[in-house]
Ligand binder design. Structure first.
Ligand SMILES: [Zn+2]
Length: 259
């Protein structure tokens, strides 16, 4: 990479970290109905308003050594994780996504980050985020669609429909069902990626969910009966499918054909 590409990448990382910091605020405040601009963020321990140094993404956490400098109460590492994720994702998208699809990729990553924060914090995927996102991506897909437009419409219906069917079946068998938020999120993934990739996303999110769920239960970090938010698994699987879905499908098809 030349110096120009490097400086773009570093700039994108910084912008992504700033956005990541904002996505944390959105994901934590919108479900509670608090404005994302006012009041300014404050320490959960002493109520001190955060100043410019506290608010520098990533570095602020290190300068304060993960603690409020007035009262010493710990600052949740969740913040720095969100900021790092924003930085890394924003900087890496141009390397893994075609130029046209970047118009879809940046809003998609933003929505997925916000929803992940909200689902991890409150087990909630707020409609206030999902519905505007559906509207936005419908608009974007009308203009940018590498596949025929019906792929995306069908993706929306089948993505949401499959999860709804699974949820109804689970309820019928007396098992804990998925939330409507998960169903809506999978419909959104289908709308963004089309029918082929949403099916891959359903498979991959279920695989991720069971592997990590079993690992958490086996390591004693989680009770067998305690609910796990499913949104983050859909978000991670959706991101993987969006960036690497087509090569993944080709690889998988080759695997089947050769056996
Ligand atoms: Zn404090």
């Amino acid at each position: 990479m030349g110096w120009e590409a490097w400086s773009y990448t570093i700039l994108l990382f910084i912008v992504g970290a700033l956005f990541g910091s904002f996505f944390n605020v959105v994901g934590l405040r919108v479900p509670k109905g608090i404005s994302v601009v006012a009041p300014r963020s404050s320490c959960g321990g002493c109520g001190r308003q955060l100043n410019a140094i506290d608010l520098i993404p990533i570095l602020g956490w290190f300068i304060r050594r993960g603690k409020c400098h007035t009262c010493g109460s710990p600052i949740s590492p969740v913040y720095i994780v969100g900021e790092l994720a924003g930085g890394i994702l924003f900087a890496s998208l141009p390397f893994v996504v075609s130029e046209n699809e970047l118009w879809i990729a940046y809003p998609l990553v933003s929505v997925l980050l916000i929803l992940t924060v909200s689902d991890l914090a409150y087990m909630l995927l707020p409609n206030k985020i999902i519905y505007p996102a559906m509207l936005l991506f419908t608009g974007l897909r009308l203009f940018i669609h590498p596949l025929p437009i019906w792929h995306y419409a069908l993706g929306f219906v089948i993505g949401g429909g499959t999860l709804l069917a699974v949820s109804l079946a689970a309820t019928w068998m007396g098992k804990p069902a998925m939330g409507f938020g998960d169903i809506r999120l999978m419909a959104l993934v289908g709308l963004v990626m089309g029918i082929k990739l949403v099916l891959l996303c359903i498979f991959l999110s279920a695989l991720l969910g069971s592997v990590i769920g079993v690992a958490l239960i086996a390591s004693g970090k989680l009770d067998r009966r305690s609910p796990i938010p499913y949104g983050p698994f859909i978000a991670v699987a959706g991101f993987i499918c969006f960036c690497f879905g087509d090569p993944l499908m080709t690889w998988y098809m080759d695997l089947i054909v050769w056996q």
